[in-house]
Write a protein that binds this ligand. Structure first.
Ligand SMILES: Cc1cc2nc3c(=O)[nH]c(=O)nc-3n(C[C@H](O)[C@H](O)[C@H](O)COP(=O)(O)OP(=O)(O)OC[C@H]3O[C@@H](n4cnc5c(N)ncnc54)[C@H](O)[C@@H]3O)c2cc1C
Length: 405
């Protein structure tokens, strides 16, 4: 495992650091003054444009489509340095992290030329329309139907949990085009205009008060055949391109997520019936456990970075990172809020306790998004440990003959 940058990586890091020191200043969001959604979207767009103008977008993408043609290590170094600032993040992670790579991998050159530059400039926001009320982990069970009509397709059905659909211009949607084929074989992917007639987006209100994701209903939505991604019936293969990018995008520890240090800070300020919290053995044990988990995550990620730096592809063991990150975050934040008792409810803006309260609310989602704990454990069991595979009895049966749940 390499802990240090190679010379050319160190040089790139220094350039990025110097640029961010100047450029990021006017786009930052101090943690104690959170933006509202509209402001967040406007500032995200402005920051994306600034990065575009300075060559820090599409870092690993081919130059021919407007990327920088650099390595994944360059992208990671940029992310790490950008992650030390408070610039807005998240609005483009699905579009640029997952949708657009699918578009330029499986769409025609004309489609790539139409959509990639505007996405890179941040002018158009994208969402991923995969999950349905009865198809999440088992994505190949989707029922949204697309039927060919001349040189167009007509889409009917429902998606759910679609992040940022309410702020998106376009989406990639997986549909079923052949109900008589086995479930993985009858799927086809399209680009859909989120403002097209028949697309209805209903935001879902979360316990945190915000609405980050949506239900999306399609009623006779027409999509041109030119906007198909991959061959008819190849939607599963195309989805794997998106999901592979998703696992990379959501694998690590989220930017600014609290860890053992936040727990030390909180425990140092709390007096309990049995004395200062920081001196209690159970609290100290919990801090030690969190420290060990944080270090384990850091080293697992470092191992992946070392592989990338040598031009190798990190393996399925990356799933370990996500399982540990999400569970540790949820455990740490719930423990800290319990420790703080009533003051865990009314927290001071910008404090560690506020961060922990935030992570308490969204860490449950992190254990589901991008593959649930159980699904990732299946991957670890099958592909890392070589254990027998999960039972998949419906794999070869025509979808139309499967019994609904
Ligand atoms: C924050 C967040 C953002 C999201 N954003 C998007 C988005 O932008 N676009 C999108 O399409 N989707 C999105 N999703 C949806 C997400 O992909 C699904 O929630 C996820 O795939 C799980 O599917 P499900 O909710 O239908 O649960 P299910 O698949 O029904 O799972 C229910 C429970 O059963 C378990 N389970 C299922 N299958 C197995 C198995 N084979 N073995 C063992 N246990 C199993 C699961 O682990 C889980 O505990 C988002 C979800 C979250 C939380």
């Amino acid at each position: 495992m390499d802990f240090n940058d190679a010379p050319q990586e160190a040089e790139f890091r220094a350039t990025v650091k110097a640029w961010l020191a100047e450029a990021a200043a006017e786009y930052q969001q101090p943690p104690e003054k959170p933006w509202g959604l509209e402001d967040f979207v406007a500032r995200s767009k402005a920051w994306q444009l600034k990065k575009f103008e300075n060559g820090y977008v599409g870092i690993t993408w081919p130059k021919a489509i407007g990327g920088q043609g650099l390595t994944p290590m360059h992208q990671i170094i940029f992310n790490q340095e950008e992650g030390r600032t408070f610039v807005p993040s998240g609005l483009y992670s699905i579009g640029l992290g997952m949708c657009i790579p699918t578009v330029f991998t499986h769409g025609s050159p004309e489609i790539a030329a139409r959509y990639v530059p505007k996405a890179l400039r941040g002018e158009e926001v994208w969402c991923q329309l995969f999950s349905e009320p009865v198809a999440g982990s088992d994505l190949a069970s989707i029922r949204t139907r697309a039927v060919k009509d001349g040189d167009e397709w007509v889409i009917n059905g429902q998606k759910v949990w679609t992040s940022f659909a309410h702020k998106s211009d376009f989406g990639i949607v997986v549909t079923r085009t052949d109900f008589d084929a086995p479930k993985h074989k009858g799927l086809t992917m399209f680009i859909v205009d989120m403002k097209a007639p028949g697309v209805e987006v209903r935001p879902i209100r979360q316990m945190s008060g915000s609405s980050d994701f949506n239900e999306v209903f399609f009623t006779d939505v027409r999509v041109k055949d030119t906007h198909r991604l991959g061959a008819v019936g190849d939607g599963w293969k195309v989805s794997l391109t998106t999901l592979m990018h998703e696992r990379l995008a959501v694998g690590g520890k989220p930017r600014g997520a609290p860890g053992y240090q936040a727990l030390i800070n909180v425990a140092s300020g709390i007096d309990t019936d049995t004395g200062p919290a920081i001196q209690r053995a159970d609290v100290r044990n919990r801090i030690a456990d969190t420290y060990i988990a944080d270090e384990g995550i850091k080293l697992t990620q470092m191992r992946a970075l070392s592989a990338l730096s040598r031009g190798q592809v990190p393996g399925p063991e990356q799933s370990i990172s996500k399982v540990v990150v999400a569970k540790t975050l949820q455990d740490v934040s719930s423990f800290a809020l319990d420790l703080a008792e009533m003051s865990g409810l009314a927290v001071e803006a910008g404090s560690d306790l506020e961060k922990l309260q935030g992570s308490y609310m969204w860490s449950a989602g992190l254990r589901i998004a991008g593959g649930t704990d159980e699904i990732l454990r299946n991957i670890i069991a099958e592909r890392v440990l070589g254990l027998p595979g999960d039972l998949r009895p419906d794999k070869d049966t025509p979808f139309s003959q499967l019994k609904p749940l």
